[in-house]
Structures are given as C-alpha cells and as structure tokens.
Design a protein around this ligand. Structure first.
Ligand code: ADP
Ligand code: MG
Length: 698
C-alpha cells in the first residue's frame, strides 16, 4: 500500500473515471442529473452503462448487482454476470442502460411491514446516480433505491433522499428570504464514527450467544475490566494494527475516506472515523465500512462484533453521527465563524436545529431505539435516553445575550500555556467536550451520539433532516411578507423567541447524573427508556403530519416501518431467550452437574481411601454449587415459561412490552446465578470460552 493516492478510489466509478471514460456530452448530462436532480434520458443511461461495464471488466469484474438497503438494516445484492452468449459458442460481456437504471429483485422475502402481500412479489431497484458505483469482490455494485410494485419505499435510502430534498428546499427558501440569494441548494453532511470489537474467531465459534445474537448472554466479568483506563488510545497490538491497515486499504480502494483509528475504552474495542461526506454517500459508506470490518476480520483470524453491548460490565459500542448543512456555494451553515453573535445566518440555522430537536425529541430517541441499544442508553456509558443539546460556554453565552437583548462581548481566544517553552502555543477551542450529551455542538457541526453501533445511520439522519426542514419552513412562514426595512428586526425576534421557547432542551451539565433525570422531568423533557416505550410515538399525529407534509414517508410507509421495528425487537428478544435456554440446558447446566458429580465422587473416593480424612471444604463447595444449581434450575424454568407465554401472544405492541418487562427480567435473573456459579467453576469444566479468554488473549 505504498501509493495511497493511486489506490484511493481505484475501485470506484467516480468523477475522475467518468471524465475519462464518458463522451463529453454524456458526462455533462449525467453531471446535471447528479447535481440538479434532473431526469436521466435512456440514451445517456446506455452510454453510461457501456463505459461503466468497460471500466468494471478492466478492473476484474465479471458480475453486476443492484446494491440496496432493505428494511432489515443490512445491505442486499443479487449478482448477475455480464455474459451474453454468441452464436459461435462464445460470450460477450454486455450491460445495458436498462440494466443500469432498473432491477427487479423478487421482493417477497424482504420485510415490508404489510406494505406488500407475499403474492405481490414484484419490487424494483432504481439507480441512485448520486452515490458512485464501485467494485466489490469482482462485482460491479450499483447503489439503488428499492420500492414496491406500487411505488412505496421498501428501503432506507429512498426516504433519506427525500428528506435531503426536503431540507434543501426549505433551507434554500429561507436563505433567499434572509438575503442570501446566491444559494441554489443545501446538502446535509455526515461523518459517522464507528465503534467495534475484535475477538478471536475460535472463541466466537464456540459461543452460541455470539453466533446467534451477537452478544454474550452469560459470562461473569473477567477479574480486570476497563477500570485501569489503559486501553483507550493505547498502543495498538501488532495483530490489531495489521488488521486496521488492511481495513484502511480496503476502504480507501472503495473511496471511503477512513481517517482516524484508535483503541476505545473497553478491552478489544476500537473505533474508526471517516472524513464526512454528503449524507447519502456517508450512509452507503458506513454500510460498506461495517461489511468490510467483518470481511477483513476473517482474514486476520478475528470476528468483528458490531453489537451495541457484546459484553456485560464493560462499555458497549455506539456510533457518533456528526451532522451539518452546507450550501452549494460551499458555506457550512453551522460554522459560527469568529463572531457567532454577529453571524445572523448561523444563528437562524442554529435556532432551527434547537427547535427541531426539542419539537421532535421523541423521534430523535426513536431513531436510535433497538433491543441492542437499550443496553447502552442511560447506562452511564452512553448518553442518557433523555434527548438534550450541549452548546458549550460561548454559544450558551451568545444565546443568553440574545434572549436578554444584551450586547455580546466576544470572548478573546484563550491561548494555552502548557508551562514548557518547547511546546508550541495554540489557541483553545471555544467549546469543551461533553461526552455525556446526546446531541452536542462541536465547533461547526452537531454530534448525535446516541446511535447504536450496528444500525444503519439512514434512519436518524432521515428524521433529523425532516425535523429541521419543518422548522425552517415554519421560519419562512413567519418571515414571509416582512417589509425589507423590518426584516433584520423580524429575524432577530424570531431567533430570540425560538430560544426562549426551546432553551429547556439545552443542557451543558453531566448527563449521567441523577439530578439531570429529575431536572429533565421538571423541564418536561421525554425520558423514554426502552424501545417498546418509544416505538408507538412514531405514529403520533404530529409525526405523521411531519413526514407526510414533507413527502418523506406516506402514512402507509410509516405504518409499515412501525410494524417492522416492533417485529424486529420481538424477534431479537425471542432469539435471545431461546439461545439462553439452549446454552443453559445443553451446555452450562450439564457442565455444572458434571462438576457437582466430580466433587461428590472426590469426597467418596477420599473417604474410601482414608476413613478418618476430613473433606469439610470440598463438602462446603459441593453444598454451595448444588444450592446455586437448584436455584438456577428454577430460574431456567421461569425463563421457559416466559418464552412460552410470549410465543402464544399475538398483539405486537403487547408482545414487545412483555419481552421488555418479563422475558428480559427472566433472562437476567438466570444469568445472575449462572455467572455466580461460573466464578467457582474450574476452567476445564467450562463448556465455552470465558470473558477472560475472549477479552484478554486476543
Ligand atoms: P471530534 O474529534 O470533535 O469528534 P473530528 O474533527 O475528529 O471532531 O470529527 C469527527 C467527525 O466529524 C469526522 O468524521 C469528521 O469528518 C466529521 N465532520 C467534521 N466536519 C463535519 C461537517 N461539517 N459535517 C459533518 N461531519 C463533519
Ligand atoms: Mg467525536
């Protein structure tokens, strides 16, 4: 990987390739489609297809696929080869504009949440020219949107693109109104920081819980966890470093700008961050990054765990969604500049985001809800379930001065004195970091920190874009018709009124503290702790109104997504319950029984060898383990009963609540006793690798 610039994007049909491969007029027409969202003519598509195929074949591809993101949250692909037989028994490599633009996968086995009956299996994939095609594993992958025969979105990309359009439209309108008429469009940008665990392949294969659920359902903590704080940013182990280098190279080839990598807080936990891109591309890239993390891990004898909470007692994994808005004239609308108090445009957009997050806090929370993420939010390792905004000292002071109609004195840049002359002096950032805030302003962007590590970032960004688009449209409605000479005052009043109405969502303190929970309740903020509690909010009238007004989801699409989310939660918990049963009955309890028998046999043998021998300590051990074993057996039966009861339930919302309130409790109770027994179990009696094996011998 000596020549990074040469390697970078070498498997991507990017602008550089298009420029050299496409006839000039075709290149121009395609560019117009990408930039201005215009319709693409068939002859242009044909010409692009020819060039794309030529380039792909030159780079070793034999197949093509429409790559899409169904509502499973994963990506899907069905490969077709380019071959087309000739009369003389040979083949030609062919690919048409029609094949590029449209695909027809049998859609019946993807979740549709009732949008499509199984008998109407037809679904379509449609080329998204705004995300470049790429080659993966000898296949030309064409990013596509996926919809049903009747046009409803069956994927995550379509609503995301719609939300980006909505935001662009509303932001542009407002910018024109406040005097910035040079802007034609606004994009949202995203840089997702991705956390993950690496463990040895052999250990993974021996743990049914990891294989079936991605997290450990049993296992007592190793003697050491993360308390020494020696892993975060620590030196990379050689093997891990080799993995990361290999991963970087694979991502770079795909044009994914992987930038930062480091060890995270928990043992075996790491993070990768790319340089931000437009939201659509960033979402595709994040899906590819997760896929590559898993693929490259295999080559290095690892398994990459992306679950939000693979191990109890140490941190789980999240994803930080850095988000901003940028004009086509190259201005980041959330960049305060040197004097934020005088930057009206910035303050308008800042106020809009604050209001959007407050008005739609339920949606923000919902966008990150999953069975896996429930283990993190509010568990003092990830932001709390309460959605609030961190602004930092300077912006808070700016906002307070606006609220009170006072003049704001720009704080002087504070120069950092490290007390040693050899260290270069630098100016201090005006915002400190606050790791406990779910939605933090970090200089020129917001960082939404509540996302789970395994989930697609499409949903949270779709919701956020739409909520902000809505507030921008409200702002426009307020300001429209204001005479030019009163506009400045009207904007000022709008910012002030918005801040007064929504400052309750701003919180710069410690989000992990109990006081904040109480304070948030007083402020009337939501504290929606679990997925079953938050999911029904999706269908609240105000949320249906939001998404349908901006054309992001139809009401039918919302109902389908609601059902899919509920189903996914229930299925996840069902699999976890069954997996724990199987581990208890087929692996752990027989192992404990064997150990009990061996203790009993040892007592008998010792007494037979010497009648006067004292076996007190062994007897005590036998008594203790036997007692715990009996306790565990009772709890295992309770788990059986809970799982059986769940299996008999029909109503999805009630079922989700039952899983949350009863099945999880039954699982945790059984685990608690099993983990207690594990502490006393000799290693060679353990039927699967322990936390110590998995986390400290990688
Ligand atoms: P921090 O260390 O404060 O988290 P970084 O500069 O390391 O900030 O950025 C973290 C992530 O935020 C990176 O992926 C980066 O590309 C992304 N980012 C920076 N600016 C923007 C922006 N304007 N929009 C979206 N993401 C951004
Ligand atoms: Mg960060």
């Amino acid at each position: 990987m000596s020549n990074v610039p040469e390697m970078y994007g070498s498997l991507v049909f990017n602008d550089k390739v298009m420029r050299t491969k496409l006839p000039k007029d075709v290149y121009k027409a395609l560019h117009k489609t990408i930039e201005k969202n215009t319709h693409l003519e068939v002859d242009i598509a044909n010409a692009v297809a020819v060039a794309m195929k030529e380039w792909a074949v030159e780079n070793g591809a034999t197949h093509f696929t429409h790559w899409f993101q169904p509502l499973t949250g994963f990506t899907a692909e069905k490969h077709d080869s380019f071959i087309s037989p000739t009369e003389n028994g040979g083949v030609l490599m062919e690919f048409s504009g029609k094949e590029l633009i449209k695909g027809e996968p049998d859609a019946s086995s993807f979740p549709s949440g009732g949008l499509r009956a199984t008998c109407e299996a037809r679904g379509y994939t449609a080329w998204d020219p705004t995300s470049p095609a790429f080659i993966k594993d000898g296949t030309l992958c064409i990013p596509t949107a996926f919809c049903s025969y009747s046009g409803e979105a069956l994927d995550k990309k379509t609503p995301l693109l719609r939300s980006m359009d909505a935001l662009s439209k509303e932001a542009t309108k407002l910018l024109h109104l406040i005097g910035n008429t040079a802007v034609d469009s606004v994009v949202t940008t995203v840089g997702p920081e991705q956390e993950y665990f690496l463990i040895n392949k052999e250990d993974f294969a021996k743990r049914r819980d990891l294989v079936f659920t991605g997290r450990t359902l049993l296992g007592s903590p190793a003697p050491k966890g993360q308390e020494m704080e020696d892993h975060y940013f620590g030196m990379l182990k050689t093997r891990v470093s080799e993995y990361m280098k290999d991963l970087d190279a694979e991502l770079w080839k795909l044009g994914i700008p992987a930038k930062t990598k480091h060890n995270e807080v928990a043992p075996c936990q790491h993070e990768l961050a790319p340089i931000f891109d437009t939201t659509n591309v960033a979402v595709d890239h994040n899906q590819l990054t997760m896929e590559m993390m898993k693929k490259v891990a295999e080559r290095h004898g690892y398994v990459c765990l992306l679950h939000e909470k693979p191990f109890a007692g140490i941190n789980g994994s999240g994803k930080h969604n850095n988000w901003s808005m940028s004009t086509n004239t190259g201005v980041n609308l959330l960049d305060p500049g040197k004097t934020p108090a005088e930057n009206t445009q910035f303050l308008v957009f800042l106020a809009a985001v604050i209001k959007a997050v407050d008005d739609y806090a339920d949606l923000m929370r919902l966008s990150v809800a999953s069975a896996g993420n429930d283990h993190r939010l509010g568990a003092n390792e990830a932001p709390p379930a309460i959605i609030s905004i961190f602004l930092g000292d300077e912006l808070t002071a700016v906002i307070e001065s606006i609220e009170k109609d006072e003049f704001f004195h720009t704080s002087e840049n504070v120069s950092m004195e490290m007390g040693a002359n050899v260290i270069p002096h630098f100016t201090r950032d005006t915002t400190d970091r606050n790791r406990t805030s779910p939605f933090a302003f970090t200089g020129n962007k917001f960082e939404f920190r509540s996302l789970g590590s395994s989930a697609s970032v499409a949903g949270p960004n779709t919701y956020l874009n739409t909520a902000v688009a809505e507030v921008l449209s409200q702002f426009t409605a307020k300001l429209e018709g204001t005479p030019a000479d009163q506009m400045e005052k009207a904007i000022h009043d709008l910012i002030r009124d918005t801040i007064i109405a929504h400052k309750r969502v701003i919180f710069n303190g410690n989000g992990y503290s109990e006081e904040w929970v109480e304070e948030a309740e007083k402020r009337g903020l939501y504290n929606l702790r679990s997925t079953p509690e938050v999911l029904p909010k999706f269908l609240d009238a105000k949320n249906i109104e939001l998404f349908t007004k901006h054309g992001v989801y139809t009401e039918a699409e919302m109902h389908s997504r609601h059902e899919i989310k509920l189903e996914k939660y229930c299925k996840t918990l069902h699999i976890e319950g069954k997996t724990l049963q199987s581990m208890l009955y087929q692996e752990f309890m027989p192992a404990v029984a064997k150990y009990i028998d061996s203790l009993a046999a040892s007592i008998t043998a010792r007494k037979a060898a010497c009648a006067s021998i004292s076996c007190g300590s062994v007897e005590k051990q036998l008594e203790k383990i036997s007692g715990l074993y009996e306790e565990l057996a009772v709890l295992a039966e309770k788990l059986d009963a809970a799982v059986a009861e769940a299996e008999a339930m029909e109503d999805l919302e009630a079922l989700a609540t039952f899983y949350h309130e009863t099945v999880i409790g039954a699982m945790e109770a059984a685990r608690k006793v099993a983990d207690e027994i594990e502490v006393y179990m000799p290693e060679d009696f353990m039927p699967y690798p322990t936390y110590t094996d998995m986390l400290f011998y990688v």
